[in-house]
Structure formats: C-alpha cells, structure tokens
Design a binder for this molecule. Structure first.
Ligand code: ADP
Length: 554
C-alpha cells in the first residue's frame, strides 16, 4: 500500500505539506490512507501520538463527500474541530447536549447542494439513538455525498476491552445500512480478541489491518510497593526526577484524587484534581490551566486523559492499581508523546487489588465522563462482562507482582506482540536490576496454603492466613486457636514475601478465590479466601506443579 502510485498520490502529498504542515508521512499513515481511499474497510492499531487523525482528515480533504467521524468524547471532538478550522477545513459536530436550533443549522447545511463540511463528528449515542441522523446519512448517500465512516477509539466496541461502551455496539448499523461505504476503525489499544470482536460487531468486510509496534522506547516503567506514605514517596520521586515538570497521577476514586492533590499542594507542587463529579466548566478550566502549564500535576481518575494532546507530559504515576494492562498501557501512553524520556511509575499494594475488584463488581469504577459504560447507570456488571473485567484485573495484578520479567515484554505479550527483552535496554525496573533469577518449585507451599484455607473453614483473609502460616502468635491468631493447627508456622523457613507470592499466584491461577466480605465502596474492604474445588483437585490429585521465578540474592 505504500509503494504503488495512486491517482491521488500527488494531491495527498501536496495537501499533507500545505494544509497540515507535515514534511512526510509517519509509519503506516500513507498505507492506511491508500487502503481506505481504495474503498476497503480498514482497522488501524497505532499507538497514541502515532498520527491517527491524519489518516482520515487528509482523505476527507481530498475526496468528494462528507466523512462521518464517531468519537466518544465531546471534548476530544471540540479539540479536533478547532484544529481543523484553524487549517481551514470545514467541519462540524452534532452532540446530544447541543441546542436544537444549532443542530437544525447543521442539518440545513448538510442538506444544501454545496455543503461546505468535509467532516461531521458525532458521539456514538447519536448514531445509536437518533433516527434523524440516520435519515440524514441516507439522504447524503442518495446524493453520493457520503465518503466514509471513521470509528475513533474503536476498542470501545468490544466487551473484551477495558473501555467497553454499549453505545458503540450500535455502530454495526452503519455497515448494515450502508454496505458500500468504507469504514476506518482506529484504536491505540486492542488485543487480538478485542480486534476480532470489533471487526465482527462493526460488520467489517475483508478488512485490512495495519498494526504497529506498541513499544514506546522513551517510556521508563517501574512498579513500586505502595506504603502508607505513598504521597510522600510520590512527592520525593517528582522532586528528584521531574521537578517542575508536567505529569498525571491516576487515582482510583474521586476522593483519592482530591486528597492526593491537596497533599501535593502542601508539598509545594502546582497540583489540581480532575474527576467525573466536577461540572463541565470546572473540568475545562482545569484542562486549560494544564495546557498553559499553570498547573503541573493533575490527580485524576481515568476520566482525564482520552484525547489529552499535551506532548510534554514527563510522568504518569498510578497511585493505585489500573483495571487492566490495556488501560494501563494507554494511560502510560499519555507520557512522552514528544518522544522525550518520561517515567511511568505504578504504586502497587495487594489491598488495592481487593478494592478495585470490589468496585468493579459493584460497577462503580469511574470511566471517561461521557462514557455510557455500565458505570454511568451505576449498574453492576454481570456474566461475561464481569468475568472479563475480573480477568483483566488479575492480569494487571500478576504484572504488578512480577519482579522478574521485562515490563515491556509483559505489556507487549498482552497485545500479541513479540519483544526481545534485550531491546528494553534496561529501561524498566526489572531489566535494570541486573540480577539473575532462579526458578523454584513451590508446589509444596501451594498445597499447604490450600490446606490451611480448608482447615480454617474458608472464612479468613489472606493476611490472616499468611500470619498463621508464618507462625504468628497475635491475639487474633490465638482468638481463633489457630496456633494449635499443624500448619501453624509451617512457612516459617521461607524467605520474606515468598508465601504471599505463592498465595497471590494461587488466586491468579483461580485455585483460590478471594471473596469480598464487606465494604463501604470508597473505603476499606475485607475479603475471605476460599478454595476453588475443581482447580484445587488438579493440584492435589492431578500432579500439577507450580513454579515461580525468584531473584537470586545479590
Ligand atoms: P493519535 O490520534 O494517533 O494519538 P494524533 O493524530 O493526535 O495522534 O497526532 C499526534 C501528533 O502528531 C499531532 O500533533 C499531529 O499534528 C502530529 N502528526 C501527525 N502526523 C504527522 C506527520 N506525518 N508529520 C508530523 N507530525 C505529524
């Protein structure tokens, strides 16, 4: 798709320079443009900052007719329209919270014989819920004025993904109603299963896929144990590594955002918080102050980020555990869009896992503000969606707990990409440790821990079980007479943290199940560990062995 000369090649190159001010094309841009302009359905996986917008804006400019762009966020759409108008490319958008008269004005223009718009942006619910829009598209189509459909952030179509939005699923209607109009689906994040799901849900035919490496060599990844002094640790990290530079701190709850921002202000940082409970003017004020560098640090829920175009974000810190590796990769991707070295630090504690898990099961994890995901209606997910979310979270836990393998490798495997960890060049914490590893058979410890869960009646927390296993004589242990068990102290000889790693591994492997017992949603939660009978059977009777890698002592 890159080497062939097309009838539009010269026009493309001229407009890329003249209108967009680019001297050349970035990887895959030319290929994607040629494929979509040839009338194919195209699926594009390109990392954040790769230049996806050009792949539909340039064709929109040089092709006759209107390009319909479906994009999830009004703020993102407004940003795009502003850039297009600055480049003298006529574009408009329709959204649900627009005045009716304003919408009428746009429809009038769309119906005129010499419609000036080259691009029309809409949010997905407009397509799913507005018959008026569909009728308008039919009318454009009848006049041969519908050039292509662009689905931005296409991973939102898939329930397997980390940012599923039900309104996106309704987009299949476009291909059903207009089978001859090419669709261009764009995303910065999709695993193989997500890609297949998206292609199917949108009804794409003989789709051409362009995929780029998801590796971001200028980002440095690390995972740090989260202590009670986490914000102090963050303050120290920023002062030592990114003093007066720009960064995002992702927090789990709205309250966390406010608390972390307040503390950082006390430590002298220009910090602010951003979350879905703030009204729209408040949010845009913060965004503006951030783009003008009046604020350096934004403490935000994931409501902040999609469509954030600031090139010089020098660090992305996760104050708590992200919901999935995909989400984590994308959030980290907001750092270093200018290609300069930037840091991604994840503060991890196992108790955060319990908290996120509970929030997911209750459907209260915040997504982007205009998202129409399950959380908006405050509905708890169930069935496959809940399973997927839980599985995604467990993968994130295993990423955070892995102190051995290359972080890039762990992330890229998730996207179905091969990566040689030598190419990491020691830019992740695990690769820069410079230590060798041993693989250890921990089957015996695993069996003892499962046995302990059973003999204590499957009603105690992981922390308590580990205390008993290590031989603690705490009041709580004595209260339940657990010091009298034969397994009390059986793990005394193990290295620090080893039993806990094995126990976590058993949960990740679904041999043990961790059930949330009680919670006050935004506060603390406690859990009990139970045995998953059929999986545990394989461990005891099926001869399953469990091996974990450990770092050699220095
Ligand atoms: P994405 O949507 O993939 O995250 P964008 O489309 O927002 O990325 O592009 C990121 C930045 O790269 C923008 O500032 C854009 O102007 C710039 N850009 C895109 N294509 C090119 C190119 N061919 N040459 C130079 N800059 C480009």
């Amino acid at each position: 798709w890159s080497s062939r000369e097309f009838s539009w090649t010269k026009k493309l190159e001229a407009n890329n320079k003249k209108v967009f001010g680019n001297h050349s094309f970035r990887p895959n841009q030319r290929e994607v443009i040629n494929a979509t302009m040839s009338g194919h359905d195209v699926f594009v996986l390109m990392p954040t900052g790769g230049g996806k917008s050009l792949t539909y804006q340039l064709p929109a400019l040089v092709c006759p007719g209107i390009t319909l762009v479906i994009s999830p966020l009004v703020s993102l759409i407004q940003d795009q329209i502003m850039h297009l108008l600055q480049a003298n490319i006529p574009a408009a958008y329709l959204s649900a919270n627009m005045e009716w008269t304003e919408q009428q004005e746009i429809f009038r223009e769309l119906n005129s014989d010499y419609c000036k718009y080259k691009l029309l942006y809409v949010t997905p619910e407009k397509v799913a819920k507005s018959d008026v829009l569909l009728r308008q598209l039919e009318s454009l189509h009848a006049r041969d004025s519908l050039a292509r459909f662009v689905i931005d952030e296409a991973h939102c179509v898939s329930q397997w993904g980390h940012d599923f939005r039900p309104d996106y699923q309704g987009l299949g209607i476009l291909k059903q109603k207009f089978p001859t109009i090419p669709v261009l689906a764009l995303t910065a994040t999709a695993t193989i299963s997500v890609k297949e799901d998206v292609v199917q849900a949108l009804g794409l035919v003989n789709c051409i896929v362009f995929r780029q490496s998801f590796n971001r060599p200028n980002l440095r990844y690390s995972v740090v144990p989260k202590t009670k002094k986490c914000v102090e640790d963050i303050d120290k990290f920023i002062k030592e590594n990114h003093f007066d530079e720009c960064g995002i701190i992702y927090c789990l709850s709205r309250m966390d955002c406010e608390k972390v921002a307040e503390k950082l202000q006390e430590y002298g940082h220009k910090a602010a918080f951003y979350h879905g409970s703030m009204d729209s003017p408040q949010r845009s004020m913060i965004q503006k102050q951030w783009s003008k560098d009046e604020i350096n640090i934004i403490c935000a829920t994931v409501a902040f980020g999609m469509g954030i175009n600031k090139p010089d974000v020098r660090f992305v810190i996760h104050h708590s555990l992200p919901k999935s590796i995909e989400g984590y990769h994308q959030e980290c991707g907001r750092a270093g869009r200018d290609g300069q070295p930037s840091s991604c630090v994840l503060y991890y504690s196992y108790s955060d896992y319990i908290r996120v898990k509970h929030m997911i099961s209750q459907g209260v994890v915040e997504q982007t503000p205009f998202g129409s995901g399950y959380n908006r209606a405050n509905m708890a997910p169930s069935g496959r969606l809940l399973e997927t979310n839980t599985e995604n979270l467990l993968r994130m836990v295993s990423y955070a707990e892995n102190d051995v393998d290359c972080r890039r490798l762990l992330q890229l495997i998730h996207f179905g990409e091969k990566f040689d960890s030598l190419n990491c060049q020691k830019t992740c914490d695990n690769c820069s440790k410079n230590q060798s590893f041993v693989e250890k058979d921990v089957t015996e410890t695993a069996k003892q821990l499962v046995e302990l869960v059973k003999t204590t009646g499957q009603k105690f927390s992981a922390a308590h079980l580990l205390e008993v296993y290590r031989g603690s004589l705490s009041q709580f242990v004595k209260k339940h007479r657990h010091e009298t068990l034969s397994l009390h102290g059986a793990g005394k000889h193990l290295a620090k943290g080893e039993a806990s790693r094995v126990l976590r591994h058993l949960v990740i492997e679904d041999i043990l199940i961790e059930d949330v017992k009680k919670s006050d949603v935004y506060g603390s939660v406690s859990s009990v560990v139970k045995v998953n009978g059929s999986r545990a059977y394989n461990l005891f009777a099926g001869g399953q062995t469990i091996k974990l890698r450990f770092r050699c002592a220095a």
